[in-house]
Write a protein that binds this ligand. Structure first.
Ligand code: DGP
Length: 197
């Protein structure tokens, strides 16, 4: 706040008080801005070391390390599958890569291939074991998309006897031009194989 001389014991000049108020106001405003930036910053994606701390602390990493138990149904060198402790239906199974990444878009091609190789087989096993003929594969990414555990996972959720995944599906009304515009933006980023409509 700089040097402010009291005019007498315990009293400051009006100018000194105004200066102090404006400096405090500015400091508070800077702190608010810093705090808002801190909260909005995506630490998980931007900072590998924080990402690895978060990944090493989540419940699925503890299951992978054998620190907490699970009802394992399948394991190979790259994939683990086990029962969900809060099943939406009997047989609700989670399939996770052993590689620790939070969301699907961060998964390596090798881990993705390892999951893709076993997912249909695991779906068949869950269906055969439960007697269900219908099921959903669910894969949530990000808190607003209902992800609670930040280690990539696929849910295999049998649908029968009124149990299973409930879906609220609210399609948007779109113009063909909107579809064209978004198609072009996605295709440009998806790679060379994306053709033209
Ligand atoms: P999601 O919302 O997609 O992140 O689903 C996470 C699922 O993980 C949820 O259905 C409950 C399940 N889950 C949470 N903690 C544990 C646990 O300690 N063990 C097992 N087996 N499943 C868990």
């Amino acid at each position: 706040l700089g040097v402010m001389e009291p005019v007498s014991k315990g009293r400051f000049t009006k100018a000194a008080r105004n200066l102090a108020r404006s400096r405090i106001g500015s400091a508070v405003s800077h702190m608010r801005e810093a705090s808002s930036l801190f909260r909005s910053f995506s630490w998980t994606y931007a900072c590998p070391s924080l990402n690895s701390i978060q990944m090493s602390e989540n419940i699925f990493s503890k299951i992978l390390r054998g620190e907490i138990p699970c009802h394992r149904v399948y394991e190979d060198e790259a994939v683990l599958a086990f029962l969900d402790v809060n099943p939406l239906a009997p047989g609700h199974t989670l399939v996770i890569p052993k590689a620790a990444v939070a969301t699907l878009d961060l998964l390596s091609d090798d881990s993705a291939a390892a999951i893709g190789r076993v997912l249909p087989r695991l779906a068949r096993a869950v269906m055969a074991a439960t007697g269900a003929t219908d099921y959903n594969i669910l894969q949530n990414n990000g808190a607003s998309a209902h992800q609670a555990v930040f280690h990539v996972h696929f849910h295999i959720i049998p649908k029968f006897e009124g149990k299973g995944l409930g879906i609220v599906w609210q399609p948007l009304a779109v113009e063909p031009s909107q579809l064209t515009a978004i198609r072009e933006r996605i295709a440009a980023r998806a790679g060379a194989q994306a053709g033209k409509d």
